[in-house]
Design a protein around this ligand. Structure first.
Ligand SMILES: [Zn+2]
Ligand SMILES: [Zn+2]
Ligand SMILES: [Zn+2]
Ligand SMILES: [Zn+2]
Length: 408
């Protein structure tokens, strides 16, 4: 075999066609809960600061992760950029533990408080899973740690995340909330609240599977397909969010690092609160409270399932499978409040994410039939399926019209 050439191009090309790289179902011969999936990131501009990486350092870091993960049989997705990194990897317990140990000793983690088990758990955010939830290990060098695509936008300020469980105010407009502080804030919104806005910064298919919501504060759910469409969605808020307090959340916190700052920098808001560690940290915290008998499932301000970018499809509150519930509609049989797994429309040029109930997904797996997002895609002939799509399917038409009507 020819030796792998280690230059930047080895980490910038696509291995799979666009929108097809994410596995949505998987076969796993592992014992249940014999492994973990990690989800973590770092923005170097966010204290404790670290100099941005130049292209040579990006390459070195990409190579280090690739070699370390390969040696430890980890799979997953690693994105390295000059501004920071965004990582989700999976494997067996001992090997994931060893990876965490090696990360903590690596210079790109310098300055982060990762001395205790509690600190590493909060930072790496392990959840049950195994190496089979990803098809492969994919290491890429990208322009941004997560694509926001606002040209030449660098947040004007990066503040220190809270050292402990308490929320921390800062000179800046942004306040990080720990999961219990976020829970307390959302649980105590009065019914006549006019100044607070709850904003889900994720994509529409993620928020339709699960979301934070309370009887007194419904979330804004942008009908966007990718994070880089968020700034355009927020454009009208320049005139409507004057003096508002915005509360943001996303899966693991990385998108809100940029979105919260973008809102603070460009919109006339009074304050931005953001959930530190994202939905995943909230679910871990709430699961622990539940395990200790300190809360009941119905106290959760999270409803539904947490969409994840691996073949598990979604995660939820541990020890409460199904009770806090499902809020998403199955895209295959139409059953309300049943969606917890994820597939993709098989029509080329569509590939929309389809949310489904478990029985439907199992039926597709057993019969080997294609997933389709709607009748338009179902009716496409085999020949047309592989050709170029003409016009939008019903789902996309509905989303685009929501986007046009739904001003924040
Ligand atoms: Zn497995
Ligand atoms: Zn179904
Ligand atoms: Zn489709
Ligand atoms: Zn469709």
């Amino acid at each position: 075999m020819p030796e792998r050439i280690h230059d930047v191009t080895a980490y910038t090309g696509r291995r799979a066609p666009k929108h097809t790289s994410d596995a949505t179902s998987y076969h796993c011969p592992c014992l249940p809960s014999s492994g973990k999936v990690l989800l973590f990131y770092r923005y170097f501009a966010n204290p404790p600061r670290h100099p941005f990486l130049d292209s040579r350092q990006c390459l070195e870091l990409a190579r280090w992760h690739e070699e370390t993960c390969t040696a430890l049989n980890l799979t997953g997705k690693i994105r390295i950029a000059g501004e920071g990194f965004n990582v989700t990897v999976a494997g067996r317990d001992e090997e994931v533990e060893e990876y965490v140990k090696r990360c903590c000793a690596h210079r790109s983690f310098a300055g982060l408080r990762l001395g205790s088990k509690d600190e590493t758990e909060k930072y790496f955010k392990p959840t049950p899973g195994c190496a089979h939830v990803f098809e492969e290990l994919s290491v890429k060098i990208t322009d941004e740690a997560t694509p926001f695509s606002v040209t030449s936008y660098t947040p004007s300020d990066w503040i220190t995340p809270p050292p402990g469980p308490a929320e921390e105010e800062d000179q800046s407009l942004i306040t990080y909330l720990s999961p219990p502080a976020f829970h307390a804030l959302l649980s105590s919104i009065p019914s006549d609240e006019k100044d607070k806005i709850l904003l889900d910064t994720r994509n529409h298919y993620e928020s339709s599977l699960g979301q934070f919501t309370t009887p007194t504060l419904a979330p804004h759910l942008p009908p966007i397909r990718k994070f880089s469409s968020l700034p355009a969605y927020l454009e009208p808020a320049k005139s409507t969010w004057e003096g508002k307090e915005v509360i943001t959340y996303c899966t693991g916190g990385i998108r809100c690092e940029k979105a919260a700052r973008y809102i603070a920098d460009t919109l006339p808001v009074r304050r931005v609160y953001t959930l530190h560690g994202g939905i995943q940290s909230y679910l871990t915290w709430f699961s622990e409270q539940l395990r200790l008998g300190l809360v009941k499932p119905e106290h959760s301000v999270w409803k539904g399932r947490n969409y994840v970018f691996d073949a598990r499809g979604s995660t939820g509150i541990e020890g409460d499978e199904g009770r806090v519930g499902m809020i998403g509609k199955c895209g295959l049989c139409g059953k309300e409040e049943s969606a917890e797994v994820v597939g993709k429309c098989a029509v080329k040029g569509c590939h929309l994410v389809v949310l489904a109930c478990k029985p439907c997904a199992e039926d597709k797996a057993a019969t080997g039939k294609d997933w389709e997002c709607c009748g338009v895609c179902v009716r496409m002939t085999a020949e047309a399926r592989n050709g170029k799509r003409k016009g939008l399917c019903t789902c996309e038409q509905a989303r685009v019209s929501r986007l046009n009507e739904n001003n924040p």
